[in-house]
Design a protein. Sequence first.
Length: 273
Amino acid sequence: MLEYKIFGNDPNKEYVFLIHGIGGSANIFFPQIKSYRNHFNVVAVHLRGHKKSPSVLDVEDFSFNRAARDVVDVLDEIGIRKAHMVGISLGAVVAHQILAIAPNRVETAVLGGVITKITPLPKLLLLIGSMVKKFVPHMWLYTIFAHILMPRKNHQESRNSFIKEAAQMKRNEFLGWYDIAPTVRGTFTTAVEPAAHVPKLYMMGEGDHMFIDHVWEDIEGLPNADFIEVKGSGHVVNLDAPHTFNQYSLSFMKSKGAETETPDQETGRRLRS
C-alpha cells in the first residue's frame, strides 16, 4: 500500500486526492492542502518509489497502469467510492491512467503541468539520458531536466523545490520512473473514451514551453475538458501561481465541471470553458 496522509475526516465532505510528479511528495501541495481542506477531505499519496511507499522494484510489471492501480488501492483502503483527482506533471499522467482504468472512481480531474505526449525534444533528451544513466548520478539527470523544463527566473522557486524533494529519492526508484516515461502517450489516448463523461480541468502555465501547445491540440474538442493558460507560470503551475490554481480548481471541483467562476486577478486566457 502506498504511503498517504489524510487531512480531514468530515463525513459530509467529498475527498480530493493529490498526486505529485516524479521526485515530488505531498510537500509540493502545501498551498493546496491549506486551501482545499476548508472544503474537502484531502488525501496526499506518495507514489511508488517515493518517501515510505513501496519500491518500483517490488513489482514485476511496473508501469503507469501499476501506478494508477496503486492509487485506486488507496481509495479502496480508505473506503472511498469516488474522489476528485488533482495531478501535477507526472502525477497528471497517473491521473490520466486512472481515468482510463477506473473512470467511475473519479468525480473530477484537475490536471496541472500536463504531459500528453513525448515530443521530439523531450524524446531526444530521454534518449541521451538513457545512454548515460548508468554512468552519471541520477540527480544530475533530474537537475538538468528540471532546468530545461523550468528555465525562467520566475520558475526558480518551484524548480528548486522539486530538486530538493527529488534529492531524497533513491537512484533505482528514479530510474524505474524514467524508464516508463516514453509510454506517456498511451495514458492519454486510452483515457479519452472511457472518461469522456468526467469533468476535466487542464491548467497550464504560459511558460510550460515543452508541453502547453501539444496539450491544447490534444484536448481541443474533447467533451467535458476545460483549458486555462496561467500567466506568469511555468510547468509546476500549482507552486508558481498557487492563488490562481486554488481558485480555479476549487471552483471547478465544487461545481463538478459546471462553468467556473472568474478569479479576482488576471490569470491568463480561458481557451475553453
